[in-house]
Design a protein around this ligand. Structure first.
Ligand SMILES: [Zn+2]
Ligand SMILES: [Zn+2]
Length: 301
């Protein structure tokens, strides 16, 4: 792949504002770039295949070419992908495990072909095996995935979860345990979802809750592992473990937390995308950009 096909998410000097939404690929992957650009997004998230099916036709070379061309000429500087919801790398069921590994390998290859920067996955649910066994299963599956994929520049990001049912990764310690047990740590990163961490117990409504979130993230994982943020308000209460996204400012988190996130100088260069109902929501994106840009025009302390 030519160097110019891939744009880095972070530039060395002044990290760009990478803000946007999850957008549909209906009509072809290149359409996602157009949809993002229409709303002024500088970052988008896409699915690289139908999100509710294991089998999906491969990307053809024309689709890949059109995607790269669209990206080259658009405001969208960073593209991340989200894996299908069927995968469960923590599963003890050999069929589910096999399908999940094959799927993530396929999705990483699609991302690589498109020049997508990162692929986000949910680590999985142990389904009664216990947290430790689930973590071991995920770590082994990740090693197997990277063995099969071989050389690849796309990072695989493990997303924080609300901890519903037996889902792993409601705590940063569980994510750390998974990453510590793999032999491919440099290929991995973390995607933090605001609705999930709120439902898992971080009260983002207060300055103290916001500070605690990053204190714990840095202590367990280190900020270098943070590679994406999902900006979602929550229908579920703080600590409820209920994973229900809501429009920004309309849920129980409220606008203030999102103001803090998009104006936090330490998070510049990290792609932030909304996954709220009916995403991309033009009003929501406009509001996020206006808050972020107002802060950027003011001197930083
Ligand atoms: Zn997700
Ligand atoms: Zn998410």
């Amino acid at each position: 792949m030519a160097k110019s096909d891939r744009r880095p998410c972070c530039l060395n000097s002044a990290p760009p504002l990478l803000l946007g939404a999850h957008v549909s690929i209906a009509g072809g992957v290149h359409k996602a770039i157009e949809r993002g650009a229409e709303h002024g997004c500088t970052a988008i998230q896409i699915f690289v295949k139908g999100n509710t099916r294991w089998d999906f036709p491969p990307l053809d070379s024309l689709e890949i070419k059109m995607f790269k061309e669209a990206r080259r000429n658009s405001s969208v500087k960073c593209v991340i992908a989200h894996a299908i919801y069927l995968i469960n790398l923590a599963s003890g069921d050999p069929v589910v495990r096999h399908k999940s590994i094959a799927d993530v390998v396929d999705e990483l290859r699609r991302c690589e072909a498109l020049g997508v920067d990162s692929l986000v996955i949910h680590p999985g649910a142990h389904g009664g095996l216990g947290t430790e066994a689930g973590i071991q299963n995920v770590a082994r599956a990740l090693d197997e995935i990277f063995d099969q994929v071989g050389k690849c520049r796309c990072h695989l990001l493990l997303e924080t979860t609300a901890g519903q049912g037996t889902a792993l990764a409601a705590t940063f310690e569980e994510l750390r345990a998974i990453i510590a047990q793999t032999s491919r740590r440099r290929r991995l990163g973390v995607c933090l979802d605001t609705a999930h961490v709120f439902a898992a117990g971080y009260d983002l409504r207060t300055a103290e809750g916001y500070a605690n979130l990053w204190r714990d993230f840095d202590a367990a994982l280190g900020r270098g592992l943070l590679r994406a943020i999902h900006l979602n308000d929550s229908k579920g209460r703080c600590g409820s473990r209920l994973d229900r996204h809501e429009h920004i400012g309309k849920g129980l988190i409220g606008q203030q937390a999102f103001r803090r996130l998009v104006t936090d100088a330490r998070l510049r260069g990290i792609p932030m995308v909304t996954e709220t109902p009916s995403s991309p929501d033009p009003k929501e994106i406009r509001w996020l950009f206006s808050v972020a840009k107002r802060a950027r025009s003011m001197p930083q302390e």
